[in-house]
Design a binder for this molecule. Sequence first.
Ligand SMILES: NC(=O)c1ccc[n+]([C@@H]2O[C@H](COP(=O)([O-])OP(=O)(O)OC[C@H]3O[C@@H](n4cnc5c(N)ncnc54)[C@H](OP(=O)(O)O)[C@@H]3O)[C@@H](O)[C@H]2O)c1
Length: 279
Amino acid sequence: MERHYAVMGDPIQHSLSPWMHNAGYEALGLDAEYQRFRVEASHLAEAVKGLRALGFSGWNVTLPHKENIVSLLDTLTPQAQRAGAVNTVKIHEGQLIGHNTDGDGFVRSVEEELHGFEGKKAVLLGAGGASKGIALALAEQGMCLHILNRTPEKAKGLAQAIEREGGTASTGEFAPGDWLKDVDLLVQTTSVGLHRESFPFSLEGISKQALVVDIIFNPMETAFLKEAKKLGCRTHNGLEMLLYQGALAWEFWLGGQAPVKEMRQALKNQLFKGMFNKG
Ligand SMILES: NC(=O)c1ccc[n+]([C@@H]2O[C@H](COP(=O)([O-])OP(=O)(O)OC[C@H]3O[C@@H](n4cnc5c(N)ncnc54)[C@H](OP(=O)(O)O)[C@@H]3O)[C@@H](O)[C@H]2O)c1
């Protein structure tokens, strides 16, 4: 029996998820299909009803629906409860279950290079939606967090949320500082760099031991990542986070292990194609 999955959001035309998931189904010979749907905010409830009526087994949720969909679901997993947001829905025995794989996807994307999380220092630049999921998941792994955001109140709010969950978090000025010397993991979660603009401050003096991640993947190397690489740090972009949030959604729906090698290749192929299409 063919299974149906999808991603809903607005805008959605640039989503790479269909390529990633369909390549995974093909690799394992599964009778399944993944589509994308543009759903305006005012039509979210109707879209949820519609996908259920059409027999979809599950779907991903992206901006602007991640928080608004919560009240339309029957239950939430602990990850979705903690984040207060849902990026994956599964229909199980008629129940709509909301889950969130963003934070754990990020954790999986860095675990091989970080060699353990407990007691290590993570600095997060930015305190928006993506930062929240990542911060909560890293704190759960036992990392000590330092959060810097252009609007300091948002960093403070996020640090308080982490402490309420039993984690350790501090905040500081959105600027270079002593934190550069002993950071183990630096995560750039702001939208600066999406349009190839330079980062507001330099990373001069950063520990060469640091793993530096920019969660932007298009462009594949932001000015921020280029500088970190030049300063001798290991770097990677946001493609791995996208891959592993998708792999964890797959595993939530289908069980077993997602074919990450094929899914990663499909993401890269599609990104390269997009670059050529831009001309
Ligand atoms: N790899 C992935 O799978 C993945 C997943 C989700 C998101 N992302 C990327 O993550 C980025 C953030 O997404 P989001 O959903 O968290 O967005 P968001 O909720 O709108 O948050 C935006 C963040 O960027 C900061 N910011 C924006 N412009 C800035 C500037 N000129 N200088 C300094 N800080 C600035 C904001 O600071 P203020 O609070 O001061 O406004 C805020 O911290 C986007 O680039 C998105 O593409 C990647």
